[in-house]
Design a protein. Structure first.
Lengths: 391, 283
């Protein structure tokens, strides 16, 4: 069913996925390293290869607002952004989730100001953690293509109706040309039914969106959104299963690599996982019991899978490519909390690194693991370690 | 200030530049450098105390100016140069506050701030490099791109009508409005001097080549191609009415000083209101 392998830039592959999904509205504002995605889409619309409206809005705040409007009348809507653009959208991000509008957005993860920096890390999306969106990480272009297609199906499922962010690293993924497998239109059409919102704006059946809630209703509103987001995992798992069956590529909320007999598990998110794999291979060949666990589903947070993957280890080392200034690093703090209720819990070390595009090579990963194990040995593993920082 | 008072192009502007930051990032043939040059000469000609000049830029190729001037300068987030400068000016009214940024920064994402600053008539000079596109992000269509031009997001031509900036600023309440191209460097320098000296909100639009991106897509791949185009198309018309200053793909580019009026500034209004305010009664 999968067509032949082609070499293509990841951003353009995501644009191709959006075209195959036959979106109706794209509203976007340029920002590096996202822009190739929407330039690709603008060209497809202009060429007549995609029957959609391309709205060149005047800011990201307007991009998300336009997507909400489109989604509210029952149109399939897409945007892409990064960094400052994502944080400018924030007000509307939260509204997208609470209105249950299944917009899909690609985020090419990039550092936040200041200092101004256009390269990759996860600071932008970690700040969006609590916005109510389903959030998924792709580690390479193929995954970004696959997950973009899955995103529409998850978002629009009648039991979900929530917006989805597909994250992939700026430049390290977005600008890399990779060999990839696409799906053909017929396969995608079968996989992705047309979008229908049960309460879309419709002059024949008027509804009002964006209501006001007094203290006697607000809590219930938030609870219902939280429940919907937690329960979306069923549909996510089912979608990934269906996708695997047609594409031959299966995805899981938490994915393990050489983790079976490892005492020490490194946890990573995003494209740096591939460097970490090389480091793990080398260290295992040297007889070291080190394995890797990668978090793919970030929201809803996969408690069960995290516990299942990590509870047997002696040491867990979590790499965050984002810093929570003055507090614990985001991914690690959630993993620590998830493991806390276990009777025999592993030692957890938090490492922050790879900020603003700084590379972590396989050799650096070996160093990183050694540094973390040293901290455990000396009994001072509680503090977050900034890896590779010049002081 | 008479126009003829400023003639010497020999004055050194080096003292206003952070030379350790050079070479700059701008492409060969880009119009931003010459405009910066004019601005620095204008500061010199206007005999301003450099310690009292502050330059605020947003994000973009034009926004990089803030990093190259050896003056108090601020590189704000995208679109927010004007509100930042508003705070600066109100907190320290003796500062000469200059906003130097691009069309995308000032008119797209920051467009709301532009019209409100003009409405308030805050004492500030805005220099807007209009290269009809978001140069820094690779030349997508923006709100100043003329109809039909090709951009990275309009491969067969722009389908959205652009702003006519002098008209927008006129309607919003600015005191001083001028437009030049990068061909008119002498006039531009004099205009900046004049604007810096005039109280109230002044807006100077500079039509500027972006050969690397916009030009490449619109048959002006060299900076010189754009300058030749300006020679052909620009028409000096001081006092031109707002309806005459629209720019389309091929027609005339009307340049000159369009508006220069005296009206109370925000500061004047604030002082007026302050005078009316009653002293708090001591208990
Ligand atoms: C909130 C936000 N959105 C998008 C960007 C990406 N961005 C950087 S510069 C720029 C456009 C700059 O255009 P303009 O102001 O015309 O300056 P030019 O580069 O053309 O001189 C954009 C969209 C950003 N930095 N921040
Ligand atoms: S991209 Fe365009 S605006 Fe930016 S420096 Fe190059 S020529 Fe100038
Ligand atoms: Mg511009």
């Amino acid at each position: 069913m999968t067509a032949k392998r082609i070499g293509i830039e990841s951003s353009l592959a995501v644009a191709e996925a959006v075209r195959l999904a036959n979106v109706d509205v794209i509203a976007a504002y340029p920002i590096t390293p996202q822009t190739h995605i929407v330039e690709g889409l603008a060209e497809m619309v202009a060429n007549g290869h995609l029957d959609a409206e391309y709205i060149p809005v005047e800011s990201e705040h307007s991009a998300m607002s336009s997507c909400l409007g489109a989604s509210a009348v029952g149109a399939r809507a897409f945007t892409a952004t990064a960094s400052q653009g994502l944080i400018l959208m924030h007000e509307v991000l939260l509204v997208a989730a609470s209105l249950r509008l299944p917009v899909v957005m690609a985020v090419t993860n990039r550092a936040l100001s200041g200092p101004l920096n256009i390269w990759g890390d996860h600071s932008d999306v970690m700040i969006a953690r609590d916005a109510g969106w389903i959030q998924i990480f792709a580690e390479n272009g193929q995954q970004a293509f696959d997950q973009t297609l899955c995103a529409f199906r998850i978002a629009e499922h009648q039991d979900v109706l929530l917006p989805v962010i597909i994250n992939f690293d700026g430049f390290h993924v977005s600008h890399v040309i990779e060999p990839m497998h696409f799906l053909d239109q017929k396969t995608v059409d079968e996989f992705l039914p047309p979008y229908r919102h049960p309460h879309a704006l419709d002059p024949d059946k008027p509804v009002t969106m964006g209501g006001f809630a007094m203290p006697n209703m607000y809590t219930e509103g938030r609870k219902s959104l939280d429940t919907a987001l937690r329960e979306s995992k069923k549909v996510i798992l089912d979608t990934w299963k269906q996708f695997g069956d047609i594409a031959g590529r299966y995805y899981k909320p938490v994915e393990k690599y050489q983790a079976e007999n490892a005492d020490t598990l490194l946890v990573t998110v995003g494209s740096y996982s591939e460097n970490a794999m090389d480091a793990v291979d080398k260290m295992q060949a040297e007889g070291k019991k080190v394995g890797l666990v990668r978090v793919r589903l970030w929201r809803p947070f996969p408690y069960k899978e995290i516990i299942e993957a990590l509870s047997g280890a002696t040491n867990v080392i979590v790499l965050d490519r984002a810093i929570s200034l003055g507090g614990p690093a985001p991914v690690c703090s959630e993993i620590r909390a998830a493991l806390y209720s276990l009777k025999d819990r592993p030692q957890v070390v938090s490492i922050v690194g790879g900020l603003g595009g700084r590379d972590i090579s396989p050799a650096n990963f070996e160093k990183l693991i050694a540094t973390a194990l040293d901290k455990i040995k000396t009994g001072d593993a509680a503090e977050t370690i900034m890896f590779g920082v010049r002081e | 200030m008479q126009i003829d008072d400023v003639t010497s192009y020999e004055r050194s502007i080096a003292k206003y530049l952070r030379q350790d930051r050079l070479p700059h990032i701008w492409c060969a043939g880009c119009g931003i450098g010459p405009v910066l040059n004019c601005f620095l000469r204008a500061i010199d000609s206007a005999e301003l105390n450099p310690d009292l000049v502050s330059v605020v830029s947003g994000i973009g190729c034009s926004g990089r100016v803030a990093g190259y001037v050896k003056l108090d300068s601020f590189h704000t987030t995208h679109g927010r140069a004007i509100p930042f400068a508003t705070g600066l000016k109100l907190a320290n009214p003796q500062l000469k506050t200059v906003v130097f940024s691009g069309d995308g920064d000032l008119v797209a994402i920051g467009g709301n701030h532009l019209i409100h600053a003009a409405r308030r008539n805050i004492d500030m000079t805005v220099i807007c490099i209009n290269n009809f596109t978001y140069g820094m992000t690779g030349g997508q269509v923006g709100p100043t791109a003329p109809l039909d031009v090709r951009t990275a997001t309009t491969p067969y031509g722009n389908f959205e009508p652009p702003f006519n900036l002098p008209w927008l600023l006129h309607a919003s309440g600015a005191s001083y409005i001028a437009r030049w191209t990068v061909l008119h460097l002498h006039q531009l320098e004099l205009t900046i001097v004049e604007a810096l000296r005039r109280p109230g909100f002044s807006f100077i639009e500079v039509i500027s080549p972006c050969p690397a991106i916009y030009g490449r897509m619109n048959k002006e791949p060299e900076g010189l191609d754009s300058l030749r185009n300006y020679i052909k198309r620009s028409v000096i018309k001081h006092g031109a009415g707002p309806r005459e200053t629209a720019i389309d793909h091929k027609g005339p580019i009307v340049v000159g000083k369009f508006l220069d009026i005296d009206q109370p500034t925000l500061q004047d209004h604030l002082i007026g209101v302050a005078a009316k305010a009653k002293k708090p009664v001591k208990k």
